[in-house]
Design a protein around this ligand. Sequence first.
Ligand code: FAD
Ligand code: NAD
Ligand code: NAD
Length: 517
Amino acid sequence: TSPPEAKKKHATEHAPQVVHSIESAVAAVKAPAKPYVLVGSGTASFSAAQAIKEQEPDANVIIIGNEAVPPYMRPPLSKELWFSEDANASQTLKFKDWQGNERNALYQDISQYEIITDVADLNKESTKIKLLLQKTVKKLDVEAHTVELDDGSVIEYNKVLLATGGSPKHLPNQSNVKNVTTFRTVDDLRKLDSVAKKDAHIVVVGGGFLGSELAVALAHRAKKEGLKITQVFPEEGNMGNVFPTYLTKWTTGRVIDEGVDVKAKHTIKSIASAEGDKVKILFENDETIEADHVVVAVGIEPRVELARAAGLEIDEQRAGVVVNAELESRRDVFAAGDMISFHDIQLGRRRIEHHDHAVLSGRHAGENMAGKNKPYKHQSMFWSDLGPKIGYEAVGLVDSQLSTVSVWAKASEADTPAAAVSQPENLRGVDVQDIKPSSETAAPASNKQPGNPAEGTVFSDEKFGKGLVFYTKNKKVVGVLLFNVFGKVQEARDVISNGTSVDQIENIVTKFDIHGS
Ligand code: FAD
Ligand code: NAD
Ligand code: NAD
């Protein structure tokens, strides 16, 4: 804690003020209450804003974002929005989840914010979250407690949150080639939606989460629009950096079944413009393909430039801003979401690029900004769906470099307890799995988690209908993948937090009830 003099100095120097421009800094206008400035208008910021408002309903909360759309969730952009019957879905952002419930990617309607178009209006009395869109924060001054916008405006903060997410990585030379885009935002969705029309050949580069989800989503669209969808990446198969080899192979088979021409083990040597507005891709093996459009999904680079320039500590190995247990990078500067390198009490230092972590860490940072001062201990989960038929949820470290132990069962149509099989018998250690002889009427995949497959989905290829993959390190379980098994995230968290050893896996599998109960 700081000495009383310092506190006093801090209180007077950093009285909440909003300043219109650098030149008029001396004539700063008094703000209605201490502003909490949240940089970035993504999930982590929105979640933090809500948490602050819950603690302090009258708090002056300002979200600054450089997109044109109010805060929204990204997951449906590569999934449900492509399965909508509504041709206008990319404009309305409305969709039905796999259970058929009406949803909207926007967290709340624009009318629920105090929309700010001029920073002078930040002084407005309002209990709503203030939203300043299409503005980029280009400088953070942690000593002066200010952020500076691209238009030269300077805003003084009481506490600031950095939640700037990440930028998609590019292929070498990408910016010189027409019809090559990355995919992260609603703008990107609208662009791809307009391109994915009759007979177009679209190539998706990348075999990770985004590339695999998008390839399947586009293949669904292809059924209506006659598109040709090719997916290229260097790994052995889809999700090759995450799944064990056998599951990668199986999943790749399913992606092919959806109509995607998967070119695994293909590394791009170069891309170039070709005649007729086409893009030509040359691979290391000298094969070439031509496409009308290329979507590049080769990972993200966390946006840490502001933090770096402000002298905050960067974890170079994980490319994130280092935060302490309270999600603070230094006094009054908090950070959350994709861009943070934080200490996970169970699993060590991590950076996580998933929605639930953005929600939980954003919320936690917001609570701490409003004075709660609690350590971040949540074990976040993530999910991915390759269309409505294949879905998985996971907790902890899931990486194909780790050893795994798994158990599988047939997925089936109805939950009939009488038909359930009791104990799994086929745990054979690292990377060994087997089909548990289960009945046709064992428990189906059912869940309440947004974004997962519909109840009663039947998996015709029974070998990997549903199963559990335990990822291990130093003989302890560090990650759990729930493949077509839903509603068991808490059980998976417990496995990790209990420090479950490899020898104990067999005993805990029953908790997951994959053969029905
Ligand atoms: P972001 O959502 O990236 O938000 C950061 C915002 O800050 C952006 O709007 C950016 O423009 C803005 N910004 C950055 N710098 C500045 C600046 N200097 N000034 C002003 N504004 C700035 N995760 C899952 O767990 N499950 C999924 O199914 C899933 N699906 C996904 C689908 C897609 C298409 C994508 C792209 C991601 C998906 N993710 C999913 C990942 C998840 O969306 C991210 O982990 C999450 O969005 C991270 O939130 P964030 O708030 O940290 O960053
Ligand atoms: P880059 O050339 O390193 O790679 C750009 C992106 O394209 C990467 O995602 C990469 O996986 C992908 N890529 C590269 N070669 C490819 C190929 N033949 N076919 C298909 N995809 C390919 O450029 P960058 O990302 O702009 O990085 C700039 C600098 O930052 C480089 O020096 C790079 O090494 C470094 N960097 C390092 C890492 C890392 O170590 N994880 C990540 C990003 C950037
Ligand atoms: P990723 O890190 O999951 O995958 C990167 C992929 O890039 C690799 O799997 C690889 O196939 C590809 N790649 C790398 N180097 C390459 C090269 N040289 N040539 C060709 N391909 C190369 O990132 P992503 O799939 O691009 O996703 C972007 C971001 O969005 C990530 O943060 C991701 O976590 C997030 N996202 C998450 C979900 C989810 O959780 N369900 C869904 C979509 C997106």
